[in-house]
Design a protein around this ligand. Structure first.
Ligand SMILES: [Zn+2]
Length: 91
């Protein structure tokens, strides 16, 4: 008694209950730290983080939001910064 019920329960658990969690996700969760930018800095979207000094150099003080001494930037802001700095040792 009770044996069958248990087995059944287990079976149900590895059934196909995984629906696609990531559907249309063009909205990120981490907003780009640059104030004039409305993009997202999520890692999955190519976001990077720059040091404060780097961000000040590029955008100027107060033009971005810092977080723990870093500035999260979206892919395109990072690219813009990289171009500006010709920093090629990232590869
Ligand atoms: Zn940006």
């Amino acid at each position: 008694m009770g044996f069958k019920a248990k087995a059944r329960k287990h079976r149900k658990d590895d059934g196909s209950d995984k629906k696609d969690k990531k559907q249309s996700r063009d909205q990120g969760e981490l907003p780009c730290g640059i104030n004039s930018c409305a993009k997202f800095a999520d890692k999955s979207m190519g976001g990077r983080s720059l040091s404060l000094d780097n961000a000040i150099d590029m955008w100027g003080q107060g033009k971005f939001t810092e977080s723990k001494g870093r500035v999260r930037v979206c892919k395109s802001c990072y690219r813009a910064w990289k171009k500006e700095n010709k920093n090629e040792d990232a590869y």
